[in-house]
Design a protein around this ligand. Structure first.
Ligand code: HEC
Ligand code: HEC
Ligand code: HEC
Ligand code: HEC
Ligand code: HEC
Ligand code: HEC
Ligand code: HEC
Ligand code: HEC
Length: 474
C-alpha cells in the first residue's frame, strides 16, 4: 500500500507513476483491483473501474494518462461512473463483463454536476444543431407530430439527408448547387454539411438497428445524443482531463467561434484584452476555483460569458445569460426567450427584460476591473453600432424586395443571383463582423471588416448590380 504526501508540482507525475506502479503490482499479484491509498488517491480499493485501467493503460494509454491528470481520479471517480450505460441509452454494448457506452452524454454527468447540466441544456449551445443544419428536419418532425429528439424519428426522416438537399440560405452553397444541378444529384455527397456544420453545431447520433453508430466521432456543442439529451460537455472540457483551465482559455471557444461570419477569436486577438492575454497569460492562475481579478490581468471569453469572476455574478453554463442583443440574425433584437419558455427552434420572441438583466450581469464582470463610467461608455457605443447596422439592413432588405417586385431577379431560387448573394453577405458575414467587433473591442472588425465591407463592398455591389439590370431591361 502506498502512502505518500506530495507537493503540488510533482503531483501529476506522481499520479502517473503511481498508476504504473500499482498496475505493475496488480499484474504481478494477479489481483483485479488497484489498491492505493495516499493524499492523491489513484482509485480507492474496491473501485470496479480498476479493471478498466488494467487493460486500457495498454490499449489506450493516451486516455488513461489524461485521466491521470484529471480532478476525477483524485476524487475516485472511475471509468464506470461515466461509461456504465444507462437503461434508456441504445449505444450500450457488452464489454469484458461490463455494459458500457463509448458516448457518455451530459446525462452521465448530471448526477454529480446537476447545475452545469441544467444550465447547458437551457442554452443555445445545446439546441444549436436544431437551430442550425437540422432546422428543416426539426420543423418537419413537429409538423408530423413526432418527437424530433427521438431515434425513431431520425431513422424515419434522415436529418442529414434533409439538410444536404435543402434549397435555402440556411445552407449557403445550396443555391448555386441547385443552379448547376448538383443539389439533388445522389452522387454529390454535399459532405461539408456533416463535417462543417456538424462539427461545430453537433451531429445526430443514431444507434442503428444492426448496432452500428452513426454521427460519431463528434463533439459539437449541440450534439443530439442517442438517449434524447442535447450537447457534448467535451466540446470545451476535452476528455479525459475535463479541465476548467482548458475551458477558460480563449482557444477552446475559438475552435468554433472564428471565420468570416462569427470571428470572435480574431476580434479577441485584436482587442486590448486579447493582447494582454497573449503577452502575459502564461503567468496567470488558470486552476483557481474562485477565479477572480487576482488570478488574471485581462478577461477571456469564459470570464465575460461564463465565470463567477470573483463572485461578481453567478457562474453559468448558459452562454446567452449575459447578452443583451441577438447579434447574429438579420435584424438585431434583444435576446430571445430561451428553450425553457418557448420552442426556441421555431419561435423567436425577444425578451427585453431578460436581456436587460443580461447586460447588468455583463457589466458586473467589467466593473471588477473597470469603472462603471468606462464600461457604460463601451456599451453606449455598442448600442449605437447595432442601431446603425439595423438601419443599413432595413435598406438592404427593402432593396431586395423591390427588385423582386420589379422582376429584376426571381424568387424561386432564393440564393443564386448576385443581389441575393450580396444581400446574404450584408447580414451573415460583414454585418455580423461589424456588430461583433463593436461588442468585443475589435476596432478593425467594427470598421474595415465590418461597416466598410458591409456598406462599400457588399451593399455597393448589390446596388450596382441592380442598377445595371434595370438599365439593361429598359
Ligand atoms: C480485457 C481488457 C479490457 C478491459 C477489462 C476493458 N477494456 Fe475497454 N477496450 C479494450 C480494448 C482492446 C478496446 C478496443 C481498443 C481499440 O479499438 O483500439 C476497448 C475499447 C473500449 C471502448 C471504446 C469502444 C468503442 O466502440 O469506441 C470503451 C468506451 C471502453 N473500452 C471502456 C471500457 C471500460 C469503461 C472498462 C471498464 C469497465 C473497460 N473498457 C474494460 C479492452 C478492455
Ligand atoms: C468523467 C467522465 C469520464 C470518465 C471518468 C472516463 N470517461 Fe471515457 N469518455 C467520457 C466521455 C464524455 C467520452 C467522449 C464522448 C464524446 O465524445 O462526447 C469518453 C470517451 C471514451 C472512449 C472512446 C474515445 C475514443 O477516442 O475512442 C474510451 C475508449 C474511453 N472513454 C475509455 C475510458 C476509460 C478506460 C476510462 C477510465 C480510465 C474513462 N474512459 C474514464 C467520459 C469519461
Ligand atoms: C460520480 C460523480 C461524477 C461524475 C459522473 C462526473 N464528475 Fe466531474 N467531477 C466530480 C468531482 C467529485 C469533481 C471535483 C469537484 C471539486 O473539486 O469540487 C469533478 C470535477 C469536474 C470538473 C472540474 C475539473 C477541474 O479542473 O477542476 C469538470 C470540468 C467536470 N467534473 C466535468 C465532468 C463531465 C463533463 C462529466 C460527464 C462526462 C463528469 N464531470 C462526470 C464528480 C463527477
Ligand atoms: C466553424 C464552426 C461552424 C460551422 C462550420 C458552422 N457554424 Fe453555424 N454557427 C457557428 C457559431 C459559433 C455560431 C454563433 C454565431 C454567433 O452567435 O455569433 C453559429 C451560428 C449559426 C446560426 C445562427 C443561430 C441563431 O441563433 O440565429 C445558424 C442558423 C447556423 N450557424 C447554421 C449553420 C449551418 C446550417 C452550417 C453549415 C451549412 C453552419 N452553421 C456551419 C459555428 C459554425
Ligand atoms: C462552452 C464551453 C463549455 C461547455 C460546453 C461545458 N463547460 Fe463546463 N465549464 C466551462 C468553463 C469556462 C468553466 C469554468 C467556469 C469558471 O471559471 O468558473 C467550466 C466549469 C465546469 C465545472 C467546474 C465548476 C466549479 O464550480 O468548479 C464543471 C463541473 C463543469 N464545467 C461541468 C460541465 C458539464 C457537466 C458540461 C456538459 C453539460 C459542461 N461543463 C460543458 C465551459 C464549458
Ligand atoms: C470583455 C468581455 C468579453 C470577452 C473577453 C469576450 N466577449 Fe463575447 N461578448 C461580450 C459582449 C459585451 C457582447 C455583447 C453583449 C450584448 O449583447 O450586449 C458579446 C457578444 C458575444 C457573442 C454573441 C454574438 C451574437 O450573435 O449575439 C458571442 C457568440 C461571443 N460574444 C463569444 C465570445 C467568444 C468566443 C469570445 C472569446 C474568443 C468572447 N466572446 C470574448 C463580451 C466579451
Ligand atoms: C464546438 C463548437 C463551439 C465551442 C467549442 C464553443 N461554442 Fe459558443 N457557440 C457555438 C455555436 C454553434 C453557437 C450558435 C448557437 C445558436 O445560436 O444556435 C454558439 C453560440 C455562442 C454564444 C451566443 C449564445 C446566445 O445565446 O446567443 C456565446 C456567447 C458563446 N457561444 C460563447 C462561447 C464560449 C465563451 C465558448 C468557450 C468557453 C464557446 N462558446 C465554445 C459553438 C461553439
Ligand atoms: C480582468 C480584468 C478586466 C475585465 C473583467 C474587463 N477588462 Fe477591459 N481591460 C482590462 C485591462 C487591463 C485593459 C487595458 C487598459 C489600458 O489600456 O490601460 C482593458 C481595456 C479595455 C478597453 C480599452 C480597449 C482599447 O483598445 O484601448 C475597453 C473598451 C474595455 N477594456 C472594456 C471592457 C468591458 C466592456 C468589459 C466587460 C464586458 C471589460 N473591459 C472587462 C481589464 C479588464
Amino acid at each position: 500500500m502506498l502512502k505518500v504526501t506530495i507537493p503540488g508540482t510533482v503531483r501529476y507525475l506522481l499520479v502517473l507513476f503511481t498508476i504504473l506502479l500499482v498496475l505493475l503490482s496488480v499484474s504481478c499479484s494477479g489481483k483485479d483491483e488497484i489498491i492505493a491509498e495516499q493524499d492523491e488517491v489513484v482509485l480507492m480499493e474496491g473501485n470496479p473501474s480498476s479493471a478498466c485501467l488494467v487493460c486500457h493503460i495498454e490499449e489506450t494509454p493516451g486516455i488513461v494518462t489524461s485521466y491521470g491528470r484529471s480532478t476525477h481520479i483524485k476524487n475516485n471517480v472511475g471509468c464506470l461512473d461515466c461509461h456504465q450505460v444507462h437503461e434508456n441509452d441504445p449505444t450500450g454494448f457488452e464489454h469484458n463483463g461490463f455494459e458500457v457506452t463509448a458516448i457518455p452524454s451530459p446525462m452521465y454527468c448530471q448526477e454529480c454536476h446537476p447545475n452545469e447540466v441544467a444550465q447547458n441544456s437551457n442554452s443555445k449551445h445545446a439546441w444549436t444543431a436544431f437551430i442550425g443544419q437540422y432546422k428543416p428536419y426539426y420543423a418537419e418532425a413537429r409538423n408530423l407530430g413526432l418527437d424530433p429528439l427521438a431515434q425513431e424519428t431520425a431513422k424515419l426522416l434522415d436529418p442529414d439527408e434533409m439538410a444536404k438537399r435543402l434549397l435555402s440560405p440556411l445552407i449557403a452553397d445550396s443555391g448555386i448547387l441547385q443552379k448547376i444541378g448538383l443539389l439533388d444529384d445522389p452522387e454529390y455527397n454535399h459532405a461539408n454539411v456533416t463535417v462543417g456544420c456538424g462539427t461545430c453545431h453537433g451531429t445526430f447520433v443514431i444507434a442503428e438497428d444492426d448496432g452500428t453508430i452513426t454521427g460519431m466521432p463528434n463533439a459539437g456543442v449541440g450534439r443530439v445524443n442517442a438517449d434524447g439529451s442535447l450537447g457534448s460537455c467535451t466540446s470545451c472540457h476535452t476528455r479525459h482531463e475535463f479541465s476548467i483551465a482548458e475551458a477558460r482559455k480563449p482557444e477552446t471557444c475559438g475552435q468554433c467561434h472564428l471565420g468570416p461570419d462569427h470571428p470572435q477569436i480574431e476580434i479577441y486577438e485584436e482587442s486590448k484584452h486579447g493582447n494582454i492575454y497573449g503577452s502575459m497569460g502564461e503567468e496567470w492562475n488558470w486552476d483557481s476555483k474562485e477565479w477572480g481579478a487576482d488570478d488574471i490581468g485581462a478577461p477571456t471569453c469564459a470570464t465575460c460569458h461564463m465565470s463567477a469572476f470573483g463572485g461578481a455574478v453567478e457562474a453559468t453554463h448558459n452562454v446567452g445569460d449575459r447578452l443583451y442583443w441577438e447579434l447574429q440574425p438579420k435584424t438585431s433584437v434583444p435576446q430571445w426567450k430561451g428553450p425553457d419558455e418557448v420552442d426556441l427552434v421555431l419561435e423567436r420572441i425577444p425578451d427585453p427584460e431578460a436581456a436587460a438583466e443580461g447586460r447588468t450581469k455583463m457589466m458586473a464582470v467589467c466593473t471588477e476591473c473597470h469603472s462603471t463610467t468606462w464600461a457604460e461608455g463601451h456599451f453606449s457605443e455598442l448600442d449605437k453600432v447595432v442601431a446603425d447596422y439595423n438601419k443599413v439592413w432595413e435598406y438592404t432588405d427593402g432593396l431586395l424586395e423591390d427588385a423582386y417586385k420589379k422582376g429584376l431577379i426571381s424568387k424561386d431560387n432564393p440564393i443564386d443571383e448576385t443581389a441575393e448573394i450580396y444581400h446574404y453577405l450584408v447580414w451573415h458575414h460583414s454585418g455580423r463582423r461589424w456588430r461583433m467587433g463593436a461588442s468585443m473591442m475589435g476596432p478593425d472588425y467594427a470598421h474595415w471588416n465590418g461597416a466598410v465591407d458591409t456598406i462599400m463592398i457588399n451593399l455597393g455591389a448589390m446596388i450596382n448590380d441592380l442598377e445595371l439590370r434595370e438599365a439593361v431591361l429598359k
